[in-house]
Design a protein around this ligand. Sequence first.
Ligand SMILES: Nc1ncnc2c1ncn2[C@@H]1O[C@H](COP(=O)(O)OP(=O)(O)OP(=O)(O)O)[C@@H](O)[C@H]1O
Ligand SMILES: [Mg+2]
Length: 349
Amino acid sequence: MELLEAAQRLCGVEPSQEAYNISLRAGSTSEEAAIVACGNKATPKLVEALKALVSGGITIPKNHHPVQKPAEIAPGNTAAVALAQKLSQNLDSFKPAHLNGKHVQNSFFLSAEGQDWLIKTDPDPGPVLGEKEERVGAPVREAAFHDLAVLFGLHKYIAETRLLYVDGKQAAAIQFLPQRDWQPIQDAMQENTASTSALIENLRLDGLLFRFSVLDYVAGNGDRHGHNILTTDKHELKLIDHGSSMAGPSFHPGIDPNAFVPYYLRSKVSEQDFHQMKPAQKLQVMPSLPTWQIARAVQWLRGLLPEKIDQTLRPYGIDPKPIVDRLVKIQTETSPSQAAGYMNRIWIS
Ligand SMILES: Nc1ncnc2c1ncn2[C@@H]1O[C@H](COP(=O)(O)OP(=O)(O)OP(=O)(O)O)[C@@H](O)[C@H]1O
Ligand SMILES: [Mg+2]
């Protein structure tokens, strides 16, 4: 039976397609999203019941996974040579990954020197406006976003990522952050609101929210929801999941229902409440750049060089023009007197 039809049978309420999409894009599994779309809480019991209904009474065993151990790993570029070599020597460390997400169903782990690497092979980007104007696959986007973050001086806040060929197919190798220490920021916010709010406030005071916002916007990443930022209770933070970045010229998050305003800019209100606000209300609950950080932020922004972006993206086969155009637009429009709220307005208007 089809999933939403089964959810309707189970909950006795017609599911809302919009609520289903929002929940999916916020990191829920399709079963959880279907239950939420019927106005219910996705308890493990309901999820199991829904799975059973969809599969005609047969629940697929949890360890069922079709992913095969690879036979050959090759580097996608010179930056990936050393890692490809190490992983090639450790193919026996292969483990399928059981993660929640739409693009990680065929993912697996390989490890080298005590570090697990998440190997993401799914080529499809997401539904955000402009994403399909760029033709490269998701693994290339993951690696290119990482390199842009390094160029922007934000390497500390991104999981290391390299482009590989796994049995001839492009794949992203992403430094995996152990789940005993790291969790999605949205979950951390629910479990420990005071500490997670303090983490975000510190990032605001340091001018880092401004920098993250510029990076996500320039890179055309409309997928920065609360499960694509990981944190620890020691206030460390890493941005993950960049397979939907590098959108083309039509990227326009302010009018795109599929683009997320980055979680770090809307953490003060719930996803649902934020979604229902008018633009002016949204801007009121979003954080501003402290005035004493403006000069530094503007200097940093002006120091980002279009030719460096060009040199970073071209070897990946990515068209740098929409990315450079967005950078130049921000550089032109961010006068010191406007800078405080600019990091928000680019996502709202
Ligand atoms: N590098 C990592 N370190 C630790 N956990 C990770 C890492 N990458 C992914 N995860 C975990 O797996 C989940 C799914 O991974 P990811 O976000 O990359 O997949 P996706 O299918 O592209 O997600 P989405 O549903 O946002 O499109 C993440 O929300 C996170 O909990
Ligand atoms: Mg994700």
